[in-house]
Write a protein that binds this ligand. Structure first.
Ligand code: PMP
Length: 428
């Protein structure tokens, strides 16, 4: 038995499914998850010493590459000053100021420890601010695992074919109205009949939890107009897209200003750190100023803030996103060319350092399009790549991530593996 198989067997005895987050379990693709020992730059090394080019990047945070010396040094320095205080620090003000400066829609921000917590708090705030209960989300978007948001959600829920979770009271789920992504007539019809009940519309501006699907600019503009007209808040979940598709997130890409923004992943540099922020008049409704309660023992944790600030400094350097986008674009074009050489139907899309690929002739526009994709071909491609040392997300419902450490050699090695993987698919 291999070391990974031994670890998986041991893990399954004490951890449900052997993993602490479902998609890690390789359920969609089959086989044994790789237990990771360490990672450096663009590479992860598993418990057997096998090295992989990593396109998961901890599902988004590791945009500067793994174990970046500036980030790890900042963590080490912070750790010597104690791991947590439960009292305010100057460093967390630096982080709040940096986020407000970089994210066009954020005037005030509160730090929390996970994207789930940030999303949950944002909808509570929207409900408290508007005095309304209903929230709108879109099929296939994932906003963390808070009860109200686990309705027709994406990511692991899609991977396991059950987009709504057991354990969510029906009484609560009925306040979550779910519409199709990119569908303007549907949202117009809903606002026309129930606009006065809607606290907020929450959306991943570029969906990254049903593969990678761009929201149409016209649809996003319509969501903005309808929310303003009806007194609902527009909440953009930029946990994945924030500081990832561009320095100023999807807000910068689309030039649209949401009322609230949910952030995570990149701002923590790989540590548990997330945030929600937005309009000052809305954020001032939070406790201790206002009546909407939200708190956290480890919120603004000094070690997490140190890691996040170190990474935020790196990504603000001139040319960071130009280089990241160029590397991602080169990878996408190379994959399409390789697929074309072997007659495999294949399409890609990307923005900044985030990408998606599909075994199809057309880019998907919503969840039903993604659900039609060919899982069997995806599985074969995933394993063909893994066998050649390229670690892709083990589910066709996830986006992929490139880091600044994915230089030309890494991209070239990936494309060489892909050429062989597509050749293998074409033969089957
Ligand atoms: N929102 C989006 C868009 C996400 O991609 C995720 C996590 N993948 C979350 C929220 C939840 O964040 P976390 O896993 O940190 O709770």
């Amino acid at each position: 038995m291999t070391r990974n198989a031994q670890l998986f067997e041991r893990a399954q005895r004490v951890i449900p499914g052997g993993v602490n987050s479902p998609v890690r379990a390789f359920r969609q693709v089959g086989g044994t998850p790789r237990f990771i020992d360490r990672a450096e730059g663009a590479y992860m090394i598993d418990a057997e010493g096998t090295r992989f080019i990593d396109y998961i990047g901890s599902w988004g945070p590791m945009i500067a590459g793994h174990a970046h010396p500036e980030v790890t040094e900042a963590v080490q320095r912070a750790a010597t000053r104690s791991l947590s205080f439960g009292a305010p620090t100057a460093d967390e003000i630096d982080m709040a100021e940096a986020i407000c400066q970089l994210m066009p829609a954020v005037e005030m921000v509160r730090l929390v420890s996970s994207g789930t917590e940030a999303g949950m708090s944002a909808i509570r705030l929207a409900r408290g601010y508007t005095g309304r209960d209903a929230i709108v989300k879109f099929e296939g978007c994932y906003h963390g695992h808070a009860d109200s948001l686990l309705v027709k959600a994406g990511s692991g829920l899609l991977t396991f074919g059950n987009p709504s979770s057991a354990g969510v009271p029906a009484d609560l789920a009925r306040h979550t109205l779910v519409l199709e992504f990119n569908n303007i007539p549907q949202i117009e019809a809903l606002f026309a009949t129930r606009g006065h009940e809607i606290a907020c519309v929450m959306v991943e501006p570029i969906a990254g939890n049903m593969n990678f699907i761009r929201g149409d600019a016209a649809w996003h503009r319509r969501l903005r107009e309808l929310c303003t007209e009806h007194g609902a808040l527009l909440v953009w979940d930029e946990v994945m897209t924030g500081f990832r598709v561009a320095l100023g997130g999807a807000q910068q890409v689309y030039g649209i200003r949401p009322d609230l923004v949910v952030m995570g992943k990149v701002i923590g540099g790989g540590m548990p750190l997330a945030a929600f922020g937005g309009r000052r008049d809305v954020m001032e409704r939070l406790s201790p100023l206002g009546a909407v309660y939200q708190a956290g023992t480890l919120s603004g944790n000094p070690v997490a803030v140190a890691a996040g600030m170190a990474q935020l400094r790196i990504i603000q350097r001139p040319g960071f996103y130009a280089q990241l986008s160029a590397a991602t674009g080169q990878l996408m074009r190379g994959l399409e060319a390789a697929a074309g050489r072997h007659g495999v139907r294949f399409k890609t899309d990307s923005e900044g350092g985030m990408f998606g690929f599909y075994f199809s002739d057309a880019l998907p526009r919503n969840y039903p399009d993604v659900a039609r994709a060919d899982v069997e071909t995806f599985k074969r491609f995933f394993h063909a790549m893994l066998d050649r040392g390229v670690y892709l997300a083990p589910s066709m419902y996830e986006a992929g991530f490139v880091s600044a450490a994915h230089g030309p050699d890494v991209i070239a090695a990936t494309l060489e593996a892909a050429d062989a993987a597509f050749a293998q698919l074409a033969k089957a």
